[in-house]
Design a protein around this ligand. Structure first.
Ligand code: PAF
Length: 290
């Protein structure tokens, strides 16, 4: 639901944001944080609306974080539109947009980073080495800047959500990490800022990700015991899209993100990553063995 609201305050310094939040918290207000890299869409708005419904003060951070891009990835081309983002934040009921520049976030070359264990080397971490260390470092920084709060992340980035939740527990950060459902186009494609890279032919084929996950979940729920069979089925559905290049199609345990024990048992998370031209799309679905 869209809450009619005034324009949020835009804050671009860490000190300015802290001063506002300290004041709010000392008055007993609950703070909600939605970390983003901007170029917002209805998926981000659903996170902001959830934060709005559970907190007194909602902060949306907008920062394209260089640490989480590898050389040759799309850091320079990553889509940016701050004015439109502020508009979407207003519609969804945000109070503060925190939009620091690179110098504010990283005034010196970074030598202190968050280094993650096994959760970060699998799935997307296997083809994007260092990516999740970069995500965790900026998220730890945002958590430190914002302080005690609830922070809202989309389930579309399931590995990121798992890692951030684990980091908050491991480091005893005063943050409640909340996972929120993926928002989809009517044909099943998960909303993502990177969908903007798709040509019309690629866009027409992109719902193959969702179809693959549904086919995999149907097998798991029908009692297929072998994770490899589920993974092959998902890969076969994706391969029906001629422009798709599969990065991975995996059936894993949701807690460890590693291949589920054989036979599959209990909760299983299915995840896929697929390249269409310049876009690398990801999606996932939870299911249970039948
Ligand atoms: O999901 C994203 O947009 C980013 O990875 C995040 C969490 C804002 C960190 O830069």
């Amino acid at each position: 639901m869209t809450v009619p609201a005034g324009r949020p305050v835009t804050e671009d310094t860490i000190g300015g944001l802290r001063a506002r939040l300290d004041g709010a918290r000392s008055g007993g207000q609950r703070v909600g944080l939605v970390p983003t890299m901007g170029f917002l869409h209805a998926g981000h708005q659903s996170l902001i609306e959830r934060a709005r419904s559970e907190n007194d003060l909602v902060v949306v951070s907008i920062f394209v974080n260089p640490l989480q891009f590898n050389p040759g990835e799309d850091f320079d081309d990553y889509p940016r539109d701050l004015d439109h983002d502020v508009e979407l934040c207003a519609q969804a009921g945000a109070d503060i947009v925190f939009a620091p520049d690179q110098h504010e976030m990283y005034p010196e070359p970074v030598i202190t980073t968050v280094r993650l264990g096994s959760l970060a080397g699998v799935l997307c971490g296997a083809s994007r080495p260092g990516h999740f260390d970069g995500v965790a470092t900026v998220v730890a920084k945002l958590f430190s800047i914002v302080g005690e709060c609830s922070a809202y992340f989309g389930e579309k980035d399931f590995q990121q959500l798992t890692i951030v939740s684990r980091m908050a527990r491991d480091l005893s950060l005063p943050v409640r990490v909340v996972g929120c459902p993926t928002v989809r186009e009517p044909d099943g494609l998960a909303l993502s800022s990177r969908n903007a890279y798709l040509s019309s032919d690629e866009r027409a084929q992109a719902p193959a990700l969702r179809r693959a996950l549904e086919a995999g979940a149907a097998l798991v729920e029908a009692g297929e015991p072998d994770g490899a069979v589920v993974e092959s089925r998902m890969a076969a559905v994706i391969s029906d899209a001629p422009l798709a290049r599969i990065d991975y199609a995996a059936a894993v345990s949701p807690a460890t993100l590693t291949r589920s024990e054989q036979p599959l048992q209990g909760d299983v998370r299915l995840l896929v990553a697929v390249r269409f031209g310049k876009a690398r799309l990801i999606d996932n679905l939870g299911c249970r063995t039948g």
